[in-house]
Design a binder for this molecule. Structure first.
Ligand code: HEC
Length: 171
């Protein structure tokens, strides 16, 4: 063991360097953390988006955000019908009803529009996206909508979707 024979290093002379290195490391970790949390800021789970969710986010911002809000917050007074019977766009976040519907119904609404499952004569204003989005893109956009939910909403909606899954053979 040659190491033991080395003269003891004067401890104090290295301590400031070590403190500086530790400080620099913390700064780097904080900076990386800040960039990471900014890039995944829309995810209520605090996790980065999967590829499918990221594609859904782009589709959502291009096709849905104008009405439902960039964070799924919906339009003001969404619970009340307007004088002409139409309704503001509801939120998709946990304060709305989106998470109450199984996948089959969410898919139907996005594909067919606001008349889907509504009583006859209901003056829906949400357009159907059949033709504008492929079936696969509709599933992607809904995957992104689900990132706006908390654990409770996610669990509830996923259990309900066992009896009402997405249609099979999507293109
Ligand atoms: C022109 C405004 C508008 C656009 C664009 C729009 N929506 Fe809607 N959406 C509405 C309105 C309004 C309703 C309520 C039903 C109605 O009156 O048509 C609704 C209802 C829904 C619902 C049902 C929510 C519930 O609580 O039952 C879902 C899901 C939904 N929209 C998803 C989407 C998605 C996904 C997109 C984009 C692909 C989209 N919407 C684009 C206005 C819009």
């Amino acid at each position: 063991m040659t190491r033991g024979k080395q003269p003891a290093r004067p401890r104090q002379s290295r301590a400031p360097a070590r403190r500086f290195a530790a400080g620099a490391a913390v700064t780097v970790v904080l900076a990386v953390g800040a960039i990471w949390s900014w890039s995944s800021a829309d995810d209520a789970r605090g996790e980065p988006l999967t590829d499918v969710e990221a594609r859904g986010r782009q589709l959502y911002q291009a096709n849905c955000a104008a009405c439902h809000g960039t964070k799924g917050e919906g339009q003001a007074n969404w619970k009340s019908a307007r004088a002409d019977g139409t309704r503001p766009a509801p939120p998709h976040d946990p304060s709305g009803h989106t998470w109450h519907h199984p996948d089959a119904v969410l898919f139907g609404i996005v594909r067919a529009g606001g008349t889907y499952g509504a009583p006859p004569g209901y003056p829906a204003t949400m357009p159907g996206f059949r033709g504008a989005l492929t079936d696969v893109q509709i599933v992607e956009v809904l995957a992104y909508v689900k990132t706006m939910w908390g654990e409770r909403e996610r669990q509830y909606q996923s259990t309900m979707s066992q009896a009402g899954p997405f249609p099979s053979g999507l293109k």
